[in-house]
Design a protein around this ligand. Structure first.
Ligand SMILES: [Zn+2]
Length: 457
């Protein structure tokens, strides 16, 4: 998608639509090997078998792997050397790891002995409170994640290589652009990638018609973006019949599910994963949510840190088993799920079942062009030394970004946020960035990541 370097991005932004598609395709060719190399093939074969093993056997193996990982962490990482008991210990003695822990000790959580694995990459996530995390991951860990993702898609009749429409927050079109195309075509992977940042009422019919022309097998991405396109498809009276719609990164809300079903004639399926590679829960064709037990050691804990009862809300705590470069043991993802009392799924695949991924309900803002935009945690991806961040929408088209940080860090953080704002919000948006000492809280006392003042509703 060729927005890695600022210079390339400038060239890319000035190209016509076909030129951007060409550059996107070239980028896909260049990065293909690191996304789908030997690790991908190896894991795809493994998962073919494990998907039908018994849940108990998979969980026992994951616990064994997690314990081995914890012993390695103790000997290889300064952080875990202090944190874990000496000698043998049971899994319950491993302390829960919070995002705050990771933010403060990221460097000390890396594996010291890197001889055992190949190339690594650093991936960033801000999380929904706008708190940046830097994650060291092996290339194989990324490939392994892709193997899980494509196996899930193949459950729904969409193997790798199928016609794929993606609406997942890729800034593929400059925000100043106000006419189509609002998408680029990655020909190498049969993929049409839509912008999630141009979804104004005037633009939506163009989105719907582009999707119709493309005739996707698979539509995947943010439910907030897919639902907006679904509405446009219904408004335009188009018939688009993909084999599957798979949502990720945000909570799939019930009205979004209904819209997607009405517009595309299929029940959307949830993919729950995260950039930390800690935890994977996916919806099967029978409409059940399966925990991928071989992906991570996954625990559902109540507020006292004990295993949560079926039917009640639980914290999702997971140990990433696929990434030997950085230890995330008993990591509190910050997401909430409801474990199910149902023992077995009619589809026959392994994994405990989950009634619901409650997640964090993301919010939209309305930018200066009247476009609705979700998943704004992207704005804080490259921001350093900011403890918390929040976006307050005062009126449509006007937002205040509040950064909780030291005075010395504010200038650089402000510049980093503005760069991302330019890539994602219309130039007509009024954006104020201020340093704050606390988060702005609503009447409920909760500090929502996106806070809507009543006038914006
Ligand atoms: Zn199932």
């Amino acid at each position: 998608m060729a927005y890695g370097s600022p210079v390339l991005r400038q060239i890319y932004d000035r190209l016509p639509g076909w030129g951007r598609s060409l550059m996107t395709t070239a980028y896909a060719v260049r990065t293909y090997g690191s996304r789908f190399g030997a690790g991908y093939e190896r894991w795809s074969k493994i998962l073919e078998k494990t998907q039908f093993e018994s849940t108990e056997a998979l969980r026992a193996r994951s616990l064994q792997e997690a314990l081995e990982l914890a012993h390695r962490a103790r000997s290889e990482s300064a952080f875990f050397a202090e944190r874990l008991p000496e000698g043998d210990f049971s899994w319950e003695e491993v302390p829960i790891l919070t995002k705050q822990d990771v933010r403060e000790h990221m460097q000390q959580m890396h594996a010291a002995d890197r001889s055992a694995f190949g190339r690594t990459v650093v991936r960033r996530t801000s999380g929904t409170t706008g708190t940046p995390l830097e994650l060291l991951q092996t290339v194989e860990a990324v490939q392994r994640e892709n193997a899980f993702a494509w196996q899930h898609r193949s459950w729904h009749g969409c193997p790798r290589g199928c016609r794929t429409a993606t609406l997942a927050g890729h800034p593929v079109v400059p925000t100043s652009q106000d006419r189509p195309p609002y998408w680029v075509h990655n020909r190498y992977e049969n993929q049409l990638i839509f912008s999630s940042y141009h979804m104004s009422p005037e633009a939506m019919p163009h989105y719907a018609r582009a999707l119709e022309r493309f005739t996707p097998d698979l539509i995947h991405g943010y439910p907030s973006s897919i639902a907006l396109v679904a509405q446009a498809v219904l408004d335009e009276g188009l018939a688009i019949r993909p084999k599957a719609v798979i949502t990720a990164s945000e909570t799939l809300l019930s009205h979004q599910r209904r819209l997607i079903r009405d517009a595309f004639g299929v029940e959307p399926a949830i993919w729950y994963g995260n950039t930390e590679l800690a935890g994977n829960i996916v919806e099967c064709p029978e409409g059940r949510l399966h925990v991928r037990e071989e992906h991570s050691l996954t625990e559902f804990l109540d507020e006292h840190g004990r295993p949560a009862a079926p039917g009640s809300e639980a914290r999702l705590v997971a140990t990433a088993l696929g990434n030997p470069a950085m230890f995330l043991l008993r990591y509190d993802t910050g997401d909430v799920v409801v474990p199910s009392a149902e023992e077995r799924c009619p589809c026959g695949r392994a994994g405990r079942l989950v009634e619901q991924v409650v997640g964090r309900v993301e919010d939209y803002i309305i930018d200066g062009a009247g476009r609705r935009i979700g998943r704004l945690d992207h704005l804080f991806k490259d921001v350093r030394d900011v403890r918390e961040a929040q976006i307050v929408q005062e009126t449509p088209g006007r937002i205040v970004v509040r950064l909780i940080c030291d005075r010395s860090a504010f200038g650089a953080a402000r510049q980093a946020v503005l760069r991302e704002v330019r890539m994602r919000l219309s130039p007509a948006t009024i954006v104020e960035i201020e340093r704050a000492s606390r988060l702005d809280r609503g009447p409920s006392g909760k500090a929502a990541f996106v806070r809507q003042m009543s006038a914006a509703r």
